[in-house]
Design a protein around this ligand. Structure first.
Ligand code: HEM
Length: 438
């Protein structure tokens, strides 16, 4: 008796009760409830996408996240269909793309959709990043979301670069040659790495084959990172134009139907612009030389990357040394990851930061300046412009962000989002509305 009592005491001390069977707790009944109790995806959808509270004053710039999702899904779907007809070999790739354009039923539409969704994906992501910069969405507690975003951006660039080699036109071939050659700038092992990347002694059949595989793989890598991005979002919640966290239900609305319907309107507007481009100027953003089959013996007069790479291409060329140029190009994006710590201001939104706001606008101007320079030959005044643009780019992060955040005097701020909206109505806050505050 005494012995079993001791044993029970011992068990109490050493072991904790466990609940490995967590069946139950579903807000649904019937078949849905039965299933949800065993696989809780329906309740997750309800809590995270229907009832989820978001700030009531989000403007249309917050619809870009959903638009980006749309682009990603469309790229994967059209890519899948293209992949069924495409041949990743140096002798067949160009012709297989022409076959898609001329012989495959609806092939031209699939290809033009894929190309233009890639461009619109970048347009959307640049606006999405601008929104985060302007409203200070990168600040605590959204640092991880921001960093995941930068990883996504790197992956987007890798996928787009790899995809551009696939049609095996002149720009595909020479673009791949220029960019892969950048690795040769790495001291000691550079040349070996380049040969390893090519799988040959020049860009060729093996290179195309592996680029095709990686183009697919990284596209799904983006999808995986987007899932993390959204999981993080549902922990920290959305920022908003005021930069003030919601306090009670006067400050929020539920995701459905308010945000969903607004996002739908934004998506339709986006699709409207997209289809105009798709049907009336599908090649406008591309380079005509890519309709010439790849020829290793003829170098195009100007090798230029796709438009969305131009600002970074300009930074690469602004530095006279090859290795330092490559480092500057990679660092120009990587440096964004440090922004949450470089910008020390406690105030998130630029609406209350008059100096920082101007610096952000100047940064946007700088982005377009570098884009213009990146598309021009590296000579004369373009070299100077490229260097000035590059200096501002880095100064924005390393000097302006810390300095302005420590010295700037923010404007008076309301205590809550609903007060922010009141102040806006009373004209005490001057900012663009862009579909917010309803
Ligand atoms: C495939 C690309 C991407 C997808 C699908 C995506 C998706 C989303 C979605 C659905 C949201 C919530 C809605 C919104 O605030 O717009 C969001 C928010 C956010 N994203 Fe992205 N994103 C992508 C790329 C990026 C990149 C490249 C960055 C930054 C470099 C970034 C930074 C952020 C930040 C900081 C937020 C929080 C914004 C806030 O609450 O104010 N995202 N993203």
């Amino acid at each position: 008796m005494e012995e079993s009592k001791n044993k029970n005491e011992e068990i109490k001390q050493d072991y904790q009760p466990v609940h490995t069977n967590k069946v139950g707790g579903s807000p649904f009944t019937g078949v849905l409830g039965w299933l949800d109790n065993r696989l809780p995806i329906f309740r997750m959808f309800k809590y995270e996408y229907l009832d989820f509270q978001v700030p009531k004053n989000l403007n249309y710039l917050w619809s870009l996240g959903g638009i980006l999702m749309l682009c990603l899904i469309m790229l994967i779907v059209t890519g899948l269909a293209l992949g069924m007809h495409y041949k990743p070999s140096a002798t067949e790739a160009f012709d297989s793309v022409e076959k898609i354009m001329r012989d495959v039923s609806g092939g031209w539409l699939l290809r033009y959709m894929h190309i233009n969704f890639a461009s619109f994906f970048f347009i959307a992501v640049y606006i999405h990043i601008f929104r985060s910069l302007y409203y200070g969405s990168y600040k605590e507690p959204r640092e991880v979301m921001w960093i995941i975003g930068i990883i996504i951006f790197f992956l987007m660039m890798a996928t787009a670069f790899l995809g551009y080699t696939l049609p095996w036109g002149q720009m595909s071939y020479w673009g791949a040659t220029v960019i892969t050659n950048l690795f040769s700038a790495i001291p000691l092992v550079g040349e070996t790495i380049v040969v390893w990347l090519w799988g040959d002694y020049s860009v060729g059949d093996s290179t195309l084959n592996r680029f095709y595989v990686l183009h697919w793989l990284i596209a799904f890598g983006i999808l995986g990172m987007v899932i993390f991005h959204v999981i993080a979002l549902h922990i920290v919640g959305s920022n908003n134009p005021s930069g003030i966290e919601p306090k009670d239900t006067r400050d929020t609305v539920s995701f459905a139907p308010y945000t969903t319907s607004k996002d739908l309107v934004a998506m339709l507007m986006f699709i409207l612009v997209f289809v105009v481009m798709l049907f009336y100027a599908p090649n406008y953003l591309g380079h005509p030389d890519n309709y010439i089959p790849a020829d290793p013996l003829v170098t195009p007069a100007h090798i230029v990357p796709e438009w969305y790479f131009l600002p970074f291409y300009a930074i690469l060329r602004a530095v006279p040394d090859k290795l330092l140029g490559v480092i500057a190009m990679v660092a120009s994006i990587g440096i964004l990851a440090l922004l949450p710590w470089l910008d020390r201001s406690k105030v998130r939104s630029s609406v209350f930061r008059p100096v920082w706001k101007q610096c952000v606008f100047l940064f946007v101007f700088d982005f377009f300046l570098l884009m213009y320079v990146g598309g021009m030959p590296a000579e004369g005044a373009y070299i100077l412009l490229g260097r000035v643009g590059t200096i501002y780019w880095f100064a924005f992060f390393l000097i302006i962000a810390p300095l302005v955040s420590l010295t700037e005097k923010p404007l008076p701020m309301p205590d809550s989002i609903h007060e922010f909206e009141e102040w806006k109505k009373q004209g005490k806050i001057k900012t663009f509305t862009f579909g917010s505050g309803k």
